[in-house]
Ligand binder design. Structure first.
Ligand SMILES: [Zn+2]
Ligand SMILES: [Zn+2]
Length: 333
């Protein structure tokens, strides 16, 4: 009996240790609702005439990822549409001004038909308030059946029960599906990450993705990254999914800003290991510094950097717009 209880204590401690390290006891899927990511996303071309404006990807029947095509807007953001039993949520409205609301309506209608449901209320919220994530907000504001949450601190706090911004973690209840809402200012003052407990996907907005991590408020970005590390401690993370890809498949090599055609993109998904690496690098730096990691680049911005970026974007975009109907593979160096 004595030995049995000792073993029980050892087993429990082992289990707890695994759990706090965000690992599972067995390689059996750990109870996470599975989904599939594409090996390659459609980025924008090579021929804009034959490229659809949106790529809709079914990660699983209740979780969809929409990618805006580079032919519509060079930012090519990813949007997320997730269904619970009582509500669906759309994160972001994209960069361009073409039609999105009718596409989302049709996706919701198809989901309802698949599930034998009459209708589904929709919440529209944002990873953060930059123009390339809110450009089609007007298509969703004041629409019947749509709860619209603007990218403003007060509205986000109220919608997700975030008591103290940015320290407290809030939540979004979709009915049988809870998403944790983690404030992560630093890239933008009103930024949140979403953690879907069902799929263990952590959506990291523009704070973390395979590309240039533009940092406008360094101390806030450092604190937000640590907040994400603390949050993921003890939780399983299947994928970290951000809102852009700017990295090529070649380590440490990015596409230039303004690229609309990216035929050899890095995959969208990053792992908790990437988050830990990022956090480690941030902790070691004494001041805002540009640092290229394997799959992302720390990119602190100020007026001079912004000016240089604008020039580079205009050059690349202008060149590619001229050839968008039949694009050559872009230069990445
Ligand atoms: Zn942004
Ligand atoms: Zn963005």
């Amino acid at each position: 009996m004595k030995y049995l209880s000792i073993w029980l204590v050892v087993a429990l401690a082992w289990g707890a240790a695994l759990y706090t390290n965000a690992q599972a006891p067995q390689p059996d899927g750990a109870g996470i609702e599975p989904g599939k990511l594409p090996a390659k996303w459609r980025a924008g071309g090579p021929k804009c005439m034959e490229t659809p404006e949106w790529q809709v990807h079914e990660y699983n029947p209740d979780f969809y990822i929409l990618r805006e095509n580079g032919c519509v807007h060079y930012e090519k953001p990813f949007l997320y549409l997730i269904f619970g039993n009582d509500k669906a949520v759309l994160m972001d409205t994209g960069a361009g001004t073409t039609e999105l609301a009718t596409l989302v309506d049709s996706l919701v209608a198809k989901w309802c038909a698949r599930k034998g449901r009459e209708k589904m209320p929709l919440m529209v919220m944002h990873s953060h308030g930059h123009r390339d994530h809110v450009a089609r907000d007007s298509q969703f504001q004041n629409r019947p059946g749509v709860e619209f949450v603007p990218a403003e601190v007060g509205a986000v706090q109220r919608a997700f029960g975030i008591k103290t911004w940015p320290e407290t973690i809030g939540s979004l209840e979709l009915g049988g599906r809870t998403l944790d809402v983690i404030p992560i200012p630093g890239h933008h003052p009103v930024a949140v990450a979403l953690y879907d407990r069902r799929t263990a996907v952590l959506m990291t907005g523009d704070n973390i993705y395979p590309g240039r991590l533009y940092i406008s408020d360094w101390p806030s970005f450092v604190a937000s990254t640590q907040r994400l590390v603390d949050f993921t401690q003890g939780r399983l993370i299947s994928h970290m999914l951000g809102c852009h890809i700017e990295q090529t498949k070649t380590p440490y090599l990015e596409y230039t800003i303004g690229s609309i055609f990216q035929p050899d993109e890095h995959v969208l998904e990053l792992s908790r290991g990437d988050l830990l690496e990022l956090n480690g690098v941030l902790k070691d730096l004494k001041e805002p510094t540009r640092v290229a990691l394997r799959s992302m680049t720390l990119y602190p911005i100020n007026d001079a950097v912004l000016q240089q970026m604008r020039k580079s974007r205009e050059e690349t975009e202008t060149r590619q717009r001229r050839t968008m109907w039949s694009q050559p593979a872009p230069e990445t160096r």
